[in-house]
Design a protein around this ligand. Structure first.
Ligand SMILES: NC(=[NH2+])NCCC[C@H](N)C(=O)O
Length: 429
């Protein structure tokens, strides 16, 4: 990494300066329909197509900001012998089979023997099982150390909150190694000027504490909006609350909590039903965010290191308005047919990633959502046309850059899920 990057993310929409990505590799294909669910996918993926689609996202992002690839960063980290040993030791603690001395070989020794770049790939793509005893020979498992199928969703295992990085406490152990890798990147690469906060370092941690980045939105530097559902527990949100309290800031700060349904799996994170698009606009899955329903919205106010009060709110938009953020909602799937809303929410239609105020990326396949965006003043621009220089972004003020997504959404997420911003410019509110 040539330059220093001082971590700074104080909004969802400030002009993007730096973002961490992971281009999907063999890990997204190495599963069967039978174990796709365990891998947290809704279907199996075709890697070649997924990579083409992904390239649209990464190419556009690299024209507007500095992009970093997890594998490159991890390779740099592993070049440090101490870091390499510490990481492999931690993997053994998390996944004990890695440290077991088998009859012919031990994965840990094998890992430690590898060059940094090879080891980085193995840590992401997994280590195949070698049948050196009867149990392994008869086992249906193909991997001794499983691939990280979900790592291209770099949003979830770590999150930039102002100038610190909160490490995800994943709800499913299949994603734990992602958190370990992300923490090592921020801890060992001196170019990243930041501090990591990992819930597991707290000895008194409630075992029910889980936090994933898809649930944590920074509306303004004094307002966090956090989803509470299958991935982020109330205990996880209380951990974030406790962190904010220790900062003892004099000004008021707010956490708005939105409860989420547990089914279907497209509701896993808040960013699948609510994302910020501009200083005055947001994307909503209207049935959950605006219509009266049993999913609660709670507002926690903090001041001077204390919880001032905790109250129910009617919905997120009303709560934000009281805090001076008056956002016009644009509906995922459009304003008409609930089936269109459900279909497009399922394919990550609400999951937008902002590269600046009023400048966002999303899947072009969600045509009713795109129509709604267009009616609200967003020009619809195809990523392909930008990459081929058929159009210039600087000619437009408000836009959605559409990426093709037939394979990527089967992994269960969209543009916001696939991006982990590390630096954004301040917003002119
Ligand atoms: N920020 C997001 N919505 N991420 C989506 C992650 C999807 C991934 N298959 C999982 O279940 O973990």
């Amino acid at each position: 990494m040539e330059n220093y990057v001082e971590l700074n993310v104080r909004s969802e929409i400030g002009e993007l300066e730096g973002v961490i990505l992971h281009t999907p590799g063999s890990e997204v294909e190495n599963m069967t329909p039978e174990n796709a669910e365990r891998a947290l996918y809704s279907d199996i993926l075709n890697l070649a197509v997924a990579r083409e689609e992904y390239k649209q996202l990464s190419s556009v992002l690299s024209t507007v900001a500095q992009t970093y690839q997890v594998k490159d960063l991890l390779t740099t980290v592993l070049g440090n012998e101490k870091a390499k040993e510490a990481i492999v030791d931690k993997v053994c603690l998390m996944e004990p089979q890695v440290g077991v001395k088998g009859n012919t070989y031990c994965i840990k020794d094998y890992l430690l023997d590898q060059e940094p770049a090879v080891l980085a790939s193995l840590l992401i793509e997994g280590v195949p099982l070698k049948a050196d005893n009867l149990t392994k020979f008869l086992s249906k498992e193909r991997y001794a150390m499983r691939p990280l199928h979900n790592f291209f969703f770099t949003r979830d295992a770590s999150m930039s909150v102002v100038d610190e990085v909160l490490i995800g406490k994943m709800a499913n152990s299949v994603r734990d190694r992602e958190s370990l890798i992300m923490q090592s990147i921020f801890d060992y690469i001196p170019g990243f000027k930041t501090k990591t906060v990992n819930p597991i370092d707290n000895p008194a941690l409630d075992s029910a504490c889980t936090i994933e980045g898809g649930d944590v939105l920074i509306a303004r530097d004094d307002i966090l909006i956090i989803g509470n559902g299958t991935r982020t527990s109330t205990q996880g949100i209380d951990f974030i609350l406790a962190q904010l309290l220790t900062q003892k800031e004099k000004r008021q700060r707010h956490i708005l909590v939105q409860e989420l349904p547990s089914h279907p799996e497209s509701f896993i994170h808040l960013d699948m039903v609510f994302t910020l698009l501009d200083v005055d606009k947001c994307m909503v899955y209207e049935p959950l965010i605006l219509r009266p329903n049993k999913y609660q919205t709670v507002h926690i106010t903090i001041e001077n290191g204390k919880v001032l009060n905790i109250v129910h709110e009617n919905n997120l938009l009303e709560a934000l308005k009281k805090l001076g953020m008056d956002l016009k909602p644009i509906y995922c799937g459009g304003n008409g047919d609930p089936w269109n809303q459900e279909r497009e929410q399922w394919h990550s239609g609400a999951n937008f990633f902002a590269i600046g105020p009023g400048k966002v990326l999303g899947y072009g396949r969600n045509i009713h959502t795109m129509e709604a965006m267009n009616k609200n003043g967003f020009e619809i621009l195809r990523a392909k046309d930008i990459i081929r220089h058929k159009i210039e972004l600087s000619d437009y003020e408000k836009y959605v850059i559409t990426i093709e997504g037939s394979e990527l959404p089967r992994g269960g997420g969209g543009a916001r899920c696939m991006t982990m911003p590390v630096r954004r410019k301040p917003v002119n509110w």
